[in-house]
Design a protein around this ligand. Sequence first.
Ligand code: SF4
Length: 240
Amino acid sequence: MAKKNNIQDKFDNFERSKAKYIPVSAILSDVYGVLDWSRGQDGMDELISCILSQNTNDKNRDRGFNALKERFDTWEDIRFADTADVIDAIRPAGLANQKAPRIQNALEKIYEHVGDYNVDFLNEIPIEEAKDWLVSIKGIGPKTAAIVLCFAYGRPAFPVDTHVHRTSRRIGFIPDKTTADAAHPMMEAVVPPDDYYQFHIHLIQHGRDTCHARNPACERCPLTDHCDYYQQTVKSRDSE
Ligand code: SF4
């Protein structure tokens, strides 16, 4: 409880953010549909894929991941491979010189902890412990930890990617100056845990389709009544 109160202290108006979530989630569910959690990849694939996704798009991440799996038969083979060979395999994902040692280091940490290349134990331990363990691995931050826990295990962790970060600040769930890392516990306090998966995906869809980084399409957005950016910037500019 003390931790939650501490997070709530970071909001100018935490209750306002919680109240805002109710109509916004209803509208986004109408627009994008109601989603049930379904497992995407297993925990190991999700974790390595997330490391590859840093600073690139989904297409290049997938190209790097598929090339890695084609080149090596097992996680053990990747862990003990010459790093230059891992770099060569994952080159399509970009930043290969950084990502290859991160992947090998993560595999080493996982094996040291589990005695195998498997992170299913993350589904059995308290959620905060699971997050802490993941972010203790070099190159894994709150976003990667939350993606692994939420997508591979359906656990209550809310990932904040670039779209979620932008839309949640514009709408006004969190203060504008909030960093992406700091936004994780704040959005987890605003959104009900049962809705983390769906709301995360809905905000990404909305960011891609409408609330673009440059030139958000406010003129066709269904969230204008609830959006701080629109109310404080676009509406007042248009009424001048
Ligand atoms: S009104 Fe504009 S800024 Fe607000 S969520 Fe919609 S597109 Fe984004």
